[in-house]
Write a protein that binds this ligand. Sequence first.
Ligand code: ADA
Length: 561
Amino acid sequence: MIRTFKTHEIRNQIELTNKLWDFSPCEGDLAEKVYQVSTPSCWETYPNFSNYRGEAVYSTHFFAEGNIRLEFKGVSHTATIFLDGVEIGSHYNAYTSFSLIVRNLKRGEHLLEVKADNRFSNESALHIPNDYMSYGGISRPIVLEMIGDLYIQSMQITPFKEKTKWKLEVELLVNNIGTKKERVDLEINIAGQSIKWADIEVDKQSDKKVTQQVSYENINEWSPESPDLYYAKATIYKHGNAVDDLIDRFGFREVSIVENSILLNRKKLRIKGLCRHEDHPQFGCALPYAAIEYDLKIAEHLGANSLRTAHYPNDEVFLDLCDEKGILVWEENHARGLSLEDMQNPNFQKQAANVIKEMIPLHYNHPSIFIWGILNECASHTEYGKECYQRQFELIKKLDQSRPHSFASCQFKTDICFGLPDIVSYNIYPLWYHDTPAKEYLSDLYQWVQEKTDGRGKPFIVSEIGAGAIYGYRNPQNSKWTEDYQAAALKEQIKACMEQPGCSGVYLWQFCDIRVSDEWFGGRPRTMNNKGIVDEYRRRKLAYDVVKQAFESYSSYIEIE
Ligand code: ADA
């Protein structure tokens, strides 16, 4: 599924995935063979390919004529695209979408080949052997669109409240890929109100941005309790004829920071969250609609009100469903545990910035996203690391001033970056990697942030806490790795976070057990990260009821004295 709603009524859009493609690996004994595989998918889920790390070519045919736009929502992790045997583009990073435009295609059948590469090397600064799996393949949908010379590239809608009145700042970006200047009329329809721009000139081979502010009466606010969504339909008219459109969805809601509180629609939030990887034994990172929805149902049943997309931008279907269900999302750019040396890789800064540039504009209108996160557990205790954090936060603010940002630190009492984010967040593992009581550990750390860092007075979140358990494993001494130990640890950990004055809430590590890179087998029985509240098949561990009971005993808002 591309999205959970239709994004075009005029532009002709066809999903090229959701069917069988030819698949041919480039290395090893199987190199000459061609297999038929369903897409989107990860090749680790094909028989004989569970451990394949290398290059492989996927191919299919499509019928088209004229200008086309191909949108690749996710190829893991490096993609090179060929049309009728000619290379037309390439892209790095599994978790962000990219598009290619080809003009004046001859009428007929065309061959599309996608070469995917999931190898680790110095070229790849973000996909490295890690405590999660970097899969290979066409892991998200590919879409073919027929466009004319004029098309809508993006629409950005920013809701904000002035006194008691809701307003929208709307921005439309249109593109002219033709060879002559065009004059057009533009329109966006939202909740029965039409926003217009007349006689706009768009130069050849260039884009044009238009903006406007509008006020609204009698709207329903979006909130976790009542996730009301509105559609915005943008249209380009040429000589009075509609030639292209784009439909998106948004919600009237406002996220703000006041002193050490995170406010949603001016109410102080308490985060009852889970960190979730896109991972499933049957699908790898390419979870289909029903599997994503199933995960969200579990999160809701557990009483969670938020999910953290550790450690990369997620599938748009996931975000659509969070919008619909009223689940708040901390969405994160792609990085986990990069050391100073990793961050000094000459490709790091550019590759990480590209993820942000691709993630924010595309996901901007999702009301569920309330925090942008970056660089989980990287070298935020070093001067060079600090420069990188600063650059990325500046980039985020350039692209979006309407949401706060944060990063999850693991630098215990050595972090030097807390002056940079809007929210201070820490990943801590008392009762797992060490045995200090959770309450004692957290209150000591919180006090250090307040007394010794530039993060003092800012909102504070525990962005990870948790313990491991192997599904079904129990022993008389309730040792680490038993379900009993995990349940007891989580109970104490959640209580400590919820009762820590100044703490806005917690994201538990983690939603489900996940596969990790082979290199990470040490300390990871089954070569899995086993800290899930459910296992990889979504079977409940003993901790499930403990988490549910704890989450349900706290409301989503904190009373402001
Ligand atoms: C870190 C990290 C997670 C995971 C976790 C763990 O905090 O952010 O990705 O590795 O630790 O299980 O130890």
